[in-house]
Design a protein around this ligand. Structure first.
Ligand SMILES: Cc1cc2nc3c(=O)[nH]c(=O)nc-3n(C[C@H](O)[C@H](O)[C@H](O)COP(=O)(O)OP(=O)(O)OC[C@H]3O[C@@H](n4cnc5c(N)ncnc54)[C@H](O)[C@@H]3O)c2cc1C
Ligand code: SF4
Ligand code: SF4
Ligand code: SF4
Length: 402
């Protein structure tokens, strides 16, 4: 039988290694007309496809749609590179970087279109791809959720929307954009894809366990969460937690179990991801403009996006943005300082991930952090984030002038 599970199992390498290549995009589930595939959550909290052999008719579609088994053929160079940020106060304060994803979303909706992006669920225990066609609903998409969202049903919904002829914007991780493009199997003029620079993604189980620890400690229910809050600036990534009892907590995100977990415990496929640098099917790729100096003309303390346009469609969309400052920059300047763009985590980090995962599954999140976190994490954990922000400011005031 040629179904997806067998494909992984039939390969020369071990089942574990092969299953770990699966990025959890759900394209195989979406393409199967017999509904023989369902995504199941494993012990680590990541979703994998499971095939019901009684329903499978051996058509092979699930194998042909997979964006991992089928290597990405598009490695053309980017047409243009930009730095930029939104000049709209609400957007720049709500978004993760310079707000280009939100600016593109607004443009799409104003042109009568729909946007697909990711929001948290109501109790902050998971995330999901959703469809938005109103500006009022757009704000739940803002900012990065570093946990992997569920995607069930989303590919068919995007296709349905494309067939209406209205503009459609899909924002997601590179493997999800690739999965969508393979699922659609043809070009649509009304589709614009915007993918994120992506260093990897962690599981919803990490957030669920973190929330439980925090709620117990604070003695109240978590009612709002943002891991890229800008109240204290953009350079040091702050988590903001709001509790039902009125308590509001800011912390360096990478000095929390959640932030450290995101760095130490990514989906296994992220440790050998092929969707890096030019290898992508997107129109536009966006991230944080790391390495920017406060002397650069496109500097903004509230956040700057790095933006790469791969297609002419992407360039047109960017040039049509309203309330957005767009500066063309050198490709090397835009990308060199971004580890998530340049490559995958090292073998040493992958080995450490296994230790984290073992402790996380068989003990708990706290133990996984205690066993694997380096001194630099504990400094961030114990020392207030205002100190890190001051250090960063000092660093930039000295280095950027040189
Ligand atoms: C898992 C992950 C890893 C990342 N790694 C890097 C990196 O290594 N380097 C880097 O420069 N940038 C990285 N980013 C991107 C960065 O954090 C910002 O998301 C990006 O710069 C967009 O910022 P913005 O201000 O334009 O977006 P905003 O205007 O804030 O909009 C955010 C957009 O991201 C989408 N989104 C949020 N969470 C997810 C998710 N879990 N999956 C798919 N889509 C999502 C939303 O739907 C929304 O459209 C990563 C993002 C994610 C989610
Ligand atoms: S019916 Fe086709 S698409 Fe569905 S699981 Fe079987 S081979 Fe895959
Ligand atoms: S990568 Fe996507 S299409 Fe391939 S097996 Fe995993 S979920 Fe299915
Ligand atoms: S690193 Fe690669 S596999 Fe992992 S979420 Fe990002 S694009 Fe997908």
């Amino acid at each position: 039988m040629r179904h997806i599970e067998n494909f992984w199992l039939d390969s020369n390498t071990s089942d574990k290694v092969n299953r770990w290549k699966c990025c959890g995009c759900s394209a195989c589930e979406s393409i199967c007309g017999k509904k023989a595939i369902a995504m199941h959550v494993d012990q680590e909290g990541f979703m994998y496809p499971i095939v019901n052999r009684n329903l499978c008719v051996d058509c092979g579609l699930c194998v042909s749609v997979c964006p991992i088994i089928n290597r990405c053929e598009d490695d053309a160079a980017y047409l243009k590179s930009f730095g930029g940020f939104s000049t709209n106060e609400r957007i720049i304060n709500s978004c993760a970087s310079g707000g280009v994803a939100t600016a593109l979303s607004i443009l799409t909706i104003q042109n009568g279109g729909t946007v697909f992006g990711v929001q948290y669920n109501d109790d902050y225990s998971s995330a999901e791809y959703i469809r938005i066609d109103s500006l009022d609903d757009l704000w739940s998409l803002c900012s990065s959720k570093y946990i992997q969202p569920s995607k069930s049903g989303i590919h068919a919904l995007v296709k349905k929307e494309l067939l209406t002829g209205h503009p459609v914007l899909f924002v997601g991780c590179p493997c999800d954009v690739a999965a969508l493009r393979r699922y659609l199997h043809k070009e649509y003029d009304n589709l614009l894809t915007c993918e994120l620079f992506c260093a990897g993604i962690t599981s919803a189980k990490l957030l669920t366990d973190y929330r439980a620890i925090r709620e117990k400690k604070v003695g109240s229910k978590l009612v709002a969460l943002n891991v890229r809050n800008k109240d204290k600036g953009w350079f040091v990534q702050h988590i903001k937690e709001v509790y039902e009892n009125g308590k509001i907590i800011y912390k360096n995100h990478f000095g929390t179990y959640l932030g450290y977990g995101f760095l130490a415990f990514r989906r296994p496929s992220c440790y050998h991801c092929q969707y890096k640098q030019n290898t992508t099917y997107c129109d536009i790729k966006v991230g944080d403009f790391w390495g920017i100096k406060n002397t650069d003309p496109f500097w903004n303390p509230k956040g700057v996006s790095v933006i790469l346009a791969k297609t002419k469609k992407g360039v047109f969309a960017l040039e049509a943005l309203k309330e957005f400052k767009l500066y063309e920059v050198d490709y090397a300047k835009a990308t060199t300082n971004n580890n998530g763009f340049v490559g995958t985590p090292s073998n040493a980090l992958e080995a450490k991930r296994d230790i984290f995962a073992h402790e996380f599954i068989y003990k708990n999140l706290e133990e996984a952090c205690r066993t694997t976190a380096p001194l630099s994490f504990w400094i961030k954990y114990y020392i207030p984030s205002s100190f890190h922000s001051a250090l960063k400011r000092l660093y930039h005031s000295i280095i950027d002038k040189e």
